[in-house]
Write a protein of this length. Structure first.
Length: 292
């Protein structure tokens, strides 16, 4: 077990759990916010990449570069859909639906990467999934039409493209985390530039810009460097469970700063999520028997 990679992924997910809190204070719509994030992350990662001299030792393979472009396409759509969900529903509910992504990862991992689906993996992920369902609180929606218009579709699409991002990035092994993140965020700039409404940035306050730059440099540049640097060293199963740190942090921030108080069912959900994480990370050593 790569302890360093586990710590990096856990830290990145913990920081990412605060992104909803930052997003609602930026004062700009989803697409424009993602565009600025891509610019900030490209500058941050590019600067570190150049400063460390890593750009001189990169091994550029055509297949990996193509996969990186595809991964960048997936991750940018993931961000746009997630921020759209934040605009339509509460942070806690949106981020919980978003964390259905590990279910997609395990399914796609078994189908396309030929990874085994063990009973342990299914049990841990099912526990986390049930915990997320409790956190969502489906009883908040009176009818199916209201449920569908609440941002559920945006959050589900964000989860789907997050799963695509994780699986695609795991097939990229030669490029450094700097190169990987730099190319992906650069792809985002090119993708979104034709659709950005620059007039929406007029009249923003200093506080708005601080939150915008925070989502760019911290939640995008720093977090995604940690994310991509760690998941290539971990199994899909372990990654699938550790990402559940994200909704727990999001709910705690809702409680501390946005006066959100979880119900008994949501509290049980948080405990189930942590239980699934601990169950996966702590793998007891098998007993060794010998014959004389």
């Amino acid at each position: 077990m790569n302890v360093s990679a586990i710590i990096k992924l856990s830290v990145s997910m913990a920081i990412f759990g605060s992104i909803g809190f930052f997003t609602i204070h930026t004062g700009v719509p989803a697409l424009e916010l993602v565009f600025i994030r891509c610019i900030c992350a490209t500058l941050f990662i590019g600067g570190v990449w150049l400063a460390t001299g890593g750009h001189r030792t990169e091994k550029w393979a055509k297949k990996e570069v193509l996969r990186t472009f595809i991964c960048g396409f997936f991750i940018v759509l993931n961000w746009v859909f997630l921020f759209k969900a934040f605009e339509e529903m509460s942070i806690s509910i949106a981020i919980s639906i978003y964390n259905i992504a590990p279910i997609f990862v395990l399914i796609f991992g078994a189908l396309f990467l030929k990874e085994k689906m063990t009973v342990r993996a299914l049990l841990a992920t099912l526990t986390c999934f049930i915990g997320s369902i409790f956190i969502i609180g489906l009883n908040n929606f009176i009818s199916l039409s209201e449920f569908m218009q609440s941002g559920f579709v945006w959050a589900l699409l964000a989860a789907l493209f997050y799963a695509f991002t994780m699986l695609t990035s795991r097939t990229i092994t030669n490029l450094s985390s700097y190169a990987l993140t730099y190319v992906q965020t650069a792809v985002g700039i090119v993708m979104l530039l034709p659709f950005v409404d620059f007039s929406l940035f007029e009249g923003l306050t200093t506080t708005n810009w601080l939150y915008i730059l925070g989502t760019g440099f911290i939640h995008t540049g720093f977090v995604y460097y940690l994310f991509f640097d760690s998941i290539r060293s971990l199994s899909t199963i372990l990654v699938s469970v550790l990402v559940f740190v994200d909704p727990v942090v999001a709910i705690l921030l809702d409680m501390l700063f946005l006066d959100f108080m979880p119900s008994l069912l949501q509290t049980v959900g948080i405990l189930l999520v942590f239980g699934g994480i601990i169950y996966t990370v702590y793998i007891p050593k098998p007993r060794v028997t010998s014959r004389e």
